[in-house]
Write a protein that binds this ligand. Sequence first.
Ligand SMILES: [Mn+2]
Length: 338
Amino acid sequence: MIKKYDVIGDIHANAHELKMLLKKLGYTKNELGIFTPCELNRKAVFTGDFVDRGHENFEVIDIVKGMINAGYAHAVMGNHDLNAGLYHTRYNHDDHYPQYLRPHTQKNAKQHATFIDELNRNNDVGLSNIEWLKSLPLWLEMDGIRFVHAQWHEPSMSALHLLGLLNHDNSIKADKWGELIEGKPGYDAVSLITKGTEVDLNGATFLDADGNRRGKTRLKWWGDMSRISTLEQVVLDVPRGVVDGQAIPPGTIDLIRSLQNSDGKIIFFGHYWMKGPLPTIETRNAICIDQSVAHDGYLAAATVSTNGDKIFNVDFTSVKSRPNFKPMSKNTHILVPA
Ligand SMILES: [Mn+2]
C-alpha cells in the first residue's frame, strides 16, 4: 500500500503560512474546520517548533492539534515547544521556593514574548496549549522513516527511557518534568534531541545575530561525509574566516558518523534555519526541512511517498513568508511575570 507523509518544518507561530502550505499540499477544511488530506493514506508530520517569533501561536496549535486529533497528522516536540513547557512549569528548588524550570530572565522572556502576549490575553486557552506542547513526543518512527526536531541521538533516547522519564509514545511523563533541570542527565538528553549538539570553536569566537559573543555553535551533522574535511564545513551560523583552516576534532567526526548512521533509515528534521525556497538533499538519509519562515524565508514541506518498506519519491513544496511580516522589535518591552 502506498502512503504519503507531508513533513512540515518549523512554523514558529506563522498560521497564515501554514494554511497556505496546507492548501498547496491539497488539504481542504472539512465541516469542522479541520485541514483534511486530499487522499487516503496521506498524513502530515510536523517536526516541531510551533511557537515563538510569529504572532499566531494559538492558531497554529489549534490547526495542528485538530489535525492530530482527527488522525490526519503527527508531531514531534521542538526546542521552542520544550522551552515553553519548561518556562511555565515550576519545580521545588528547595522546600521553600518553587521555581520555573526555565528561568524568567529578560532573554528567555523576550524569546517567548509573542506566546506570553497571547497567554495574557487568553489564559485558559494558553494553559491548555502549554499542556498540549508538553505532551508531544520527542521523536517518531513510522514505516521506517524517522522524525525528530534536531538530532536522532540514540544515546539520549535510551537514557531518557532508562531514567523512566518517557511514556510509550516518547513523550515526557507529565509528573517527570521536575527532573528536567539544567545540568541533570534528563535535561541534557532532551536538549541533544531537540536542540542538537554545539561544537567548540577551539578558542575562536564570533558575534551572533543577537549581538552575543559565542565560542560554540550548532553542529551541522548531516553533510556528505565524503566531502567533509574542515571545521568550517560542519559549523552553522559562523561568519566566514572565523574557523579558517581548522581541522574537525576526531570526536566530532565520530559523532557525525554515528548521527548519520541511523540503521540505514532516513531522518527528517527541522531546527537549523536553512536558506532558500526549498530544502536540499546533502546526504541520502538526513533531510532538513526548516527554511526559516520566521526569518523572512519559507515554510517548507517534504512529501514522502513510501510503499511501507521503501521510500520511492520525495517532493519539496514551500510558501514564502508574508512580505510585510516583521519580526518582533528587539526593543519590545516585556513584563516578566513574578
Ligand atoms: Mn526552530
